[in-house]
Design a protein around this ligand. Structure first.
Ligand code: MRU
Length: 341
């Protein structure tokens, strides 16, 4: 299994990332020793996916502490640099959550901060494996099928997490139980996390899949070719509204119309109880070049105006189930406005 992000002590303490912008054709690793390098890696999506961003936020704090010592930063400069990491992208709550959790023990010194950051990584893998078991159990019980056909969107595998994956973890669990027939992988425009990353991971794991263009997904569902859609999440608000990669809500609408379950999978670190509903989520808008180009080639007139939200929000009443390490909640059938609490 690929390791998306880790802390290495040799030859000097640093963060090592696989550069996801280069996949699937080149396996290039970035050795990060400075805050600005980490912020850039987050912003260009060299490291991405909500739980992996939680690890980046957490590991970023000891990284900043080392740089502060080397360069003689004031306390204020160190705080500003940690804030830069925390705010490098706005939608995935895990990034700020990871940075804040480690920042809270910074006064105890470098060793305590590093230990807190490494615990985030360790807990994420355990959470992903547990939520995958809960998710697979629920899907098999709900569909009543021995083998299921799944639609998924974006990348939620080991690359998007500390290890194992979220929605991808459930798919992997179903595969290991012999209960998976086929995965329809949305290519995920504009940055193709599905075709570049999810398909790469599924190939490595020997999991039967086809890549489809995003526009095919709702028809795949309405034609009865899929039994369930499973996606990850960047932020789940108290009422179960879910922000995820743009295109996710279209899957939810199609599943609702077709009467098949729509499942969201995330570690509990993606749940943001301070935000009551999806109306309050800050949706990242990214540059026009991502839409006006395809694999580096221009596909529209230069200067064409663009709207490029990176995420959308699926209202809780379209979400059949949310799988976390704590178990399953069913927002669509729950009257509780704080169903995630
Ligand atoms: O813009 P990205 O690639 O960071 O978006 C990632 C997603 O939307 C993932 O599906 C989500 O973070 C869940 S990751 C397990």
């Amino acid at each position: 299994m690929v390791v998306a992000i880790e802390w290495l002590n040799e030859p000097n303490p640093h963060i090592r990332l696989i550069d996801q912008t280069q996949l699937p054709h080149n396996e290039v690793y970035l050795e990060i020793t400075e805050v600005d390098e980490l912020v850039r890696a987050i912003q260009v999506l060299a490291v991405r996916g909500a739980p992996a961003l939680g690890a980046a936020g957490g590991l970023g704090v000891p990284l900043a502490m080392l740089q502060a010592e080397r360069e003689g930063w004031s306390a204020h400069e160190l705080e500003e640099n940690i804030r830069k990491i925390r705010d490098a992208r706005p939608t995935a709550v895990n990034l700020a959550w990871g940075a804040d959790r480690v920042d809270a023990v910074r006064e105890e010194g470098f060793a305590a901060a590093l230990a807190a950051a490494l615990l985030i990584v360790e807990e994420d893998e355990a959470a992903n494996r547990a939520l995958s078991r809960h998710g697979a159990d629920w899907i098999l019980a709900r569909t009543g099928k021995d083998r299921v056909r799944v639609v998924t969107h974006c990348n939620t595998g080991a690359l998007a997490t500390s290890a194992w994956g979220t929605a991808y973890g459930i798919i992997h669990e179903l595969h290991q139980r012999g209960a998976l027939e086929l995965v329809y992988v949305d290519e995920t425009r504009p940055l193709l996390q599905g075709s570049r990353l999810t398909s790469w991971e599924l190939t490595q794991d020997g999991i039967n899949h086809v890549v489809q263009v995003d526009g095919a997904a709702s028809s795949t569902i309405l034609r009865g070719l899929a039994d369930v859609a499973i996606i990850g999440a960047d932020r789940i608000t108290a009422n179960g509204d879910t922000a995820n990669k743009v295109g996710s809500v279209a899957l939810a609408l199609a599943c609702n119309y077709a009467g098949i379950p729509f499942m969201v999978a995330a570690p509990y670190s993606t749940v943001d109880l301070d935000t009551p509903s999806g109306d309050h989520i800050h949706i990242e808008e990214r540059g026009s070049e991502e839409v006006l180009n395809f694999a580096g080639a221009s596909v529209a007139l230069e200067g064409t105006p663009v709207f490029n939200p990176a995420f959308d929000v699926t209202p809780h009443d379209l979400v059949s189930a949310i799988a976390t390490e704590r178990g399953i909640v069913e927002p669509a059938s729950s009257p509780d406005p704080r169903v995630m609490a």
